[in-house]
Design a protein around this ligand. Sequence first.
Ligand code: NAI
Length: 680
Amino acid sequence: MTLIRTQTLGDVLLIEIDNPPINAGSLGVRQGLHAAIAQLTQDPALCAGVIIGAGTTFVAGSDLREFGQPLQEPQLPTVLSAIETCPKPVVAALHGAALGGGLELALACDARIALTGTVLGLPEVTLGIIPGAGGTQRLPRRTGLVRGMQMVCSGERIQAEAARDLRLVDDVVDCDLQLHAVALARKLPGKCRISEETVPHEDTDAVAQAEQTALKAGKRRPAVLAAIEAVKDAARLPFAEGVARERTVFQQLRVSTEAHALRHQFFAERDAVRLPVDAQAKPRTVDTVAIIGAGTMGTGIAIAALDAGLSVLLLEQDSAALERGRQRVADHYQGRVAAGKLQASVASGHEARLSPTTDWTQLARADLVIEAVFEDMAVKQAVFRQIDTHARHGAVLATNTSYLDVDAIAQTTSRPQDVLGLHFFSPANVMKLLEVVRGAQTAPDVLATGMALGKRLRKMPVLCGNAFGFIGNRIYNAYRKQCEFMLEDGAWPEEVDQALQAFGFAMGPFSVADLSGLDIAWRMRKAQAATRDPRERYVTILDQLCEQGRLGRKTGAGYYTYPEGRQDKTTDATVRGIIEAASAQRGLQRQPLSTAQIQRRALLAMVNEAALLLAEGVAQRASDIDVVLVQGYGFPRWEGGPVFWARQQDRAQLAQDLQALAIQSGHGFVLADLSSVLEP
Ligand code: NAI
């Protein structure tokens, strides 16, 4: 298949990249481009070239599948230097996206013209690498170091107009891109190589400031450190040396475990949205969403829906609660406007689509209903009876429950086929993850609607089976439980938290517990007490803290104390006393645990649970579990997720450590067969 088509338009050679769906810069594309540039160079009848993308985009990136293997010639720098050495000017005509290698290609041309709406950026750092074909050298020669550092280190995407202001594109047009590009190519007086320009002078303090900001935002990851140095090279080295250095670093990072992990996440996220064959159906149309319960979650979901352009009906049990919810939404938009993040007119447009009400008959207007009331089966069932009475025929009915049985909720309606779980994460307008829960009777088009809504709300929807805690909370519980075992075995909460933070979690489990409130888990533990196997290893530390009124940050104390609202670095004597007593009661001689031991036990517990979830069919595929943990639970993206982590371990050692974990965890620990996790 030929991925590059050429066509002569008088004295201009039109070079069209046709590698659907995103015109990724694969080997075939590079070969075709290289040949086309040779044609342009050699044919005396031609005076200039135009490179354009077929379909909906220019080049939205390189072919990531090639990044794990040795790269074949012609590599991108070879193609780009052919463009630069070609004596005839080449224009890049951009539409859709010019990202990564796509933008590098454009920057190596002599001029760039973009259609309004085109996005441009160098997202390589988000994949653990740096641009490898001159992106870090050419871009700052136009933008300056400050803006260049911002763009390269964050992977930020900018619009065509912003790119014009930065001189990254020469012109922006509304229509007839090809026509304008050909006209521009004919008009160009000759070659105009960015590589021959110098980086505009900037204040050194501003550059240092940009560097610090980039380091912090990029969590000092290797790719960010390398990107900063590469961008600085643009100002301090001749172009040839700068690109050579950039290429060396790119090659080193490309084969690193971190880059591999980030590519794994990229593909995992792409796969996660694919529904199984038996659930592939056309989504139902959704314009109006009704949300029941205007609490923390209800208002967060409302904001997400308003931001996505939907009409939102917000329903509460009484007008006082409704007013509090409405005010929370209003405060959110006011805050965004005050912070300069949103135009006042856009905010008021969003708010105008919100209809707060206490009138259940209004529900008939909704295409999709999301229940976000208290986490109590009786309350939810009563609410679903009401929904069943008032929602129109064919409306999709969703529950945002965290743990409850979706089928038991669906059964209270006359239409369980229309019911599914849509488990959002807090804050719901920010967190990307959305667990889409399939009940026993959920219809395929209802599931498809849930997934489509997720995408529309710019979430990362992941399909889950209807089982306690779905995917995320189930794995998180196994992890937290293991961390509690480690407290009894000899670690202090701060040691566990620090070890897991050092691994890369945003927060350790005990700090998280304090932040969200220990009473949520306490209530659930009490509810489960009657059915708990008395032989199970059950750690009572959390219950004892709660009994003493230590419910976490909100009461000034939990695992940690919070003088003046700030978390004490170490746990106090009361907590240590409770922990030591718990160890003694279990007859355990407390043994210190190293950082590595803590990390390994916590991760093994996750991996074991992941294998159980796969065996039970709760997760559709192993990589979905990584998406859930990274997008919803602060698992470090650069470690790829628990499944990716497990695949990097020595198999025999993993099996041996898991056996040991089973013994340490005692009765109730179900040892899983890891093969489903380990085989990609
Ligand atoms: P919340 O207590 O902040 O809000 C619940 C709201 O529902 C209250 O405003 C209450 O007045 C309203 N409500 C109760 N009964 C009602 C009824 N019959 N009709 C209309 N409104 C009614 O609770 P939150 O945190 O927003 O949780 C809601 C649901 O979301 C729960 O199922 C919870 O498990 C789930 N969830 C919570 C998360 C969190 O981090 N808070 C995360 C993910 C899910």
